[in-house]
Design a protein around this ligand. Structure first.
Ligand SMILES: Cc1cc2nc3c(=O)[nH]c(=O)nc-3n(C[C@H](O)[C@H](O)[C@H](O)COP(=O)(O)O)c2cc1C
Ligand code: SF4
Ligand code: SF4
Length: 244
């Protein structure tokens, strides 16, 4: 059984590819009220994106509530570049026998522009090769730690991640422009239920997960975060699947 959380599709895609190769069922943490019974499962996997060298809050709370069993446990994070020590920290909450990172297209358009098409396609191809390899290792129940931690991983995953969760998850900088049609997609799809529609326009609650699904997936590209995202692209995994 594989549980995933995904803002813009990378981790969902990775979870589905792994599930297809290992025969595990795949479940969306964001859509579940509580974890299903897992006692009979041979394998338990957690797949999710890296946020500021750490594990997203909904994944941490899900893992903390997840039953401990004798299953082979593994975690796979997707990241734009490096994961820091996120997997080691997660393993302290829910012990993982294997941990992997997959470098995938960067969706953090608040910090910089999206990857160009060639870079994104190259990352997805390399991630798929790694998925084939790690799936075989998981089936053989081999304990593996293959994570791109990057430099200063300890500091980034402690101090910087703490700062992100404390100060960078506010929503005050989200806004919509004239092109918003009021379709309500952003509100319906927010995994934190942090967006509501008021007078036909989205309104953000004070805090959210910062998954960036709303800003990346608005069909009109009507959502901005301050002014920095006005000239930047938007990222959706499925655009690459359709083109390939
Ligand atoms: C709030 C936020 C913080 C991020 N921090 C990191 C990071 O520390 N290191 C990194 O390599 N990528 C980082 N990223 C990029 C994502 O981890 C990466 O694009 C991931 O594959 C997105 O997965 P998803 O499509 O399943 O949401 C960040 C993205 C977001 C939204
Ligand atoms: S998804 Fe975009 S167009 Fe639709 S309501 Fe939200 S901001 Fe407006
Ligand atoms: S408000 Fe946007 S960025 Fe925040 S959790 Fe919801 S969809 Fe993700």
């Amino acid at each position: 059984m594989i549980f995933y959380f995904s803002g813009t599709g990378n981790s969902q895609w990775a979870a589905e590819q792994i599930g297809a190769l290992t025969g595990d069922t795949v479940w969306d943490i964001g859509a579940m009220r509580e974890a299903p019974p897992i006692r009979e499962e041979k394998r338990i996997g957690l797949v999710f994106p890296i946020y500021a060298w750490g594990v997203p809050e909904p994944v941490l709370s899900f893992a903390a509530a997840l039953e401990r069993t004798d299953a082979f446990t593994f975690g796979v994070c997707t990241c734009g570049e490096e994961a820091g020590q996120a997997m080691k920290k997660l393993s302290r909450i829910y012990p993982l026998r294997s941990s992997y990172s997959l470098v995938m297209p960067n969706n953090y358009i608040i910090g910089g522009d999206v990857d160009d098409g060639e870079t994104a396609r190259g990352k997805i191809r390399a991630a798929y090769e790694e998925i084939q390899r790690l799936s075989q290792e998981i089936l053989r129940r081999e304990p593996v730690y293959r994570v791109t931690e990057g430099k200063l991983a300890g500091i980034k995953s402690s101090l910087v991640n703490f700062g992100f969760n404390k100060f960078a998850r506010g929503t005050a900088s989200f806004r919509t422009g004239e092109s918003c049609t009021g379709c309500g997609l952003c509100a319906r799809n927010c995994p934190a239920s942090a967006i509501s529609m008021r007078d036909g326009k989205p309104v953000w609650a004070g805090q959210c997960y910062q998954c960036l699904r709303c800003i990346n997936r608005c069909p009109q590209e009507a959502i901005q975060y301050g002014t920095s995202t006005e000239k930047r692209g938007r990222y959706r995994m499925e655009d690459y699947l359709q083109k390939d």
